[in-house]
Design a protein around this ligand. Structure first.
Ligand SMILES: Cc1cc2nc3c(=O)[nH]c(=O)nc-3n(C[C@H](O)[C@H](O)[C@H](O)COP(=O)(O)OP(=O)(O)OC[C@H]3O[C@@H](n4cnc5c(N)ncnc54)[C@H](O)[C@@H]3O)c2cc1C
Length: 391
């Protein structure tokens, strides 16, 4: 099945069973280790093995290529739950699934058969390598160049901020095959780039939050790659292919935002009922109630927007507007709820003893990834105007 034409369904009982098993796993395996891993910025090797066993590395890959073939809505619910405890680990399989999506949606049948089964099991893990030191939002400004040399390409340049950069072994690599092309995107191509001679990993990037998942520079020096690694085996389609997964990517970031917003709300709700000032629990003070009321409403609205975008995607309809709105709203909800939850915790919110500080450090990433929220609002407005022309 073409991953572009979704129309995926799951029996509600099967979905329920899957989500219950994820909840049990989060409770038993993730909660006890999150704080120590996050504070030490330690890669969660055991958790990754468990995620492999649960099939999460193949969550959205079609069953004919060895994946679970989950509808976007089920996938989003799983991501929401995991993120309500530890958002960073969802990045380990999500960036990887973006690589798989590019291959499944735009690759040749040979490429799908060769790469997707290994990606689905997690035997090969990786991500999406688009950003460069001088080009993030303006992706068409990248400088990495691939030059054809017989039945190979030779690639030179540097990528940065690449999730799974150190632990992953294969990346969807955006390059220029014709740096002089106008418009610029017509000279861009996307390659399946496994590790090999000429491909080195630079320093691990130190971050405010989103710890434990590795973000790294990838350096390519005369990296030779067979021409059959060009996705779709046609030059000039790379920009479209790299951005073709954005709807699912935005639904995923939105789901992470929902998880963070709900997790922060849960922590604040618990704390506000335990902590007492002036002889009563702080949840009985109106100032705290105002915060909780807003936080609960934001979290609920974020969930509904995200599930609406996912349902539109699963019906096979265009959902760029819906996914953009969900991503924008949910990531801002994550940021606002984690800040408010931290304030409700008073001094303890500033302490590394409590979980809320992690939410406060992790939430801002959701406002940057899959299109910054500054750009997101502009994109939403353009699409909105397009869908509502004056007659
Ligand atoms: C933890 C982390 C993980 C990441 N993982 C990956 C990954 O796996 N793969 C990958 O390829 N990249 C990854 N990125 C990079 C991310 O996609 C980019 O940071 C993002 O696209 C923004 O690019 P930039 O940082 O270069 O900001 P810039 O593009 O330099 O933007 C700077 C500011 O200007 C604003 N801006 C830019 N252009 C406009 C405009 N036209 N109108 C209005 N405002 C504008 C932006 O919104 C932003 O506020 C990751 C980043 C982080 C922090």
């Amino acid at each position: 099945m073409d991953a572009g034409a979704r129309l995926r369904r799951i029996d509600p009982e099967d979905e329920d069973q899957l989500l219950r098993s994820i909840e049990r796993w989060v409770e038993r395996e993730v909660k006890p280790v999150v704080k120590a891993h996050d504070h030490a910025d330690l890669y969660p090797t055991e958790i990754v093995e468990q995620m492999k066993a649960m099939g999460l590395f193949g969550a959205t890959i079609s069953p004919e290529y060895g994946g679970l073939g989950l509808p976007a809505a089920t996938y989003a619910k799983a991501v929401m739950h995991i993120s309500s405890v530890w958002m960073a680990i969802t990045g380990i399989f999500n960036s990887h699934l973006m690589l798989a999506l590019a291959i499944e949606k735009f690759g040749t049948e040979n490429q799908k058969r060769r790469w997707l089964p290994k990606l689905a099991t997690g035997e090969v893990r990786g991500g999406l390598a688009l950003t460069e030191p001088d080009a993030g939002t303006d992706l068409q400004g990248i400088r990495m160049v691939a030059r054809r040399d017989g039945d190979h390409y030779v690639i030179n340049g540097t990528k940065t901020w690449i999730s799974n950069g150190r632990e992953g072994s294969c990346f969807a690599l955006l390059v220029k095959t014709n740096p002089d092309a106008q418009p610029r995107h017509t000279g861009m191509s996307l390659f399946i780039a496994p590790r090999g001679p000429g491909f080195t990993v630079g320093r691990k990037l130190e971050k405010l939050g989103y710890k434990s998942i590795d973000s790294a520079e990838l350096i390519f020096e005369d990296y030779r790659i067979p021409a059959d690694h060009l996705i779709g085996e046609v030059e000039g389609k790379g920009f479209l292919q790299a951005t073709g997964g954005l709807e699912l990517g935005r639904i995923n970031v939105a789901a992470r935002g929902v998880g963070l917003a709900e997790g922060a709300l849960r922590l604040a709700t618990e704390y506000a009922q335990i902590r007492k000032t002036f002889g009563k629990p702080i949840c009985e003070h109106q100032a705290i109630q105002l915060k909780l009321g807003e936080m609960a409403t934001r979290a609920r609205a974020a969930r509904l927007l995200t599930l609406d975008a996912a349902a539109t995607f699963d019906r096979g309809e265009r959902c760029d507007l819906e996914a953009g709105m969900a991503k924008y709203f949910s990531s801002e909800a994550a940021l606002e709820n984690s800040t408010e939850a931290m304030r409700i915790h008073g001094a303890y919110g500033y302490s590394k003893e409590y979980d809320i500080e992690r939410f406060y450090r992790d939430a801002p990433l959701t406002c940057i990834g899959e299109g910054t929220n500054e750009m997101q609002r502009i994109v939403i407005a353009r699409q909105w105007i397009k869908r509502n022309p004056v007659s």
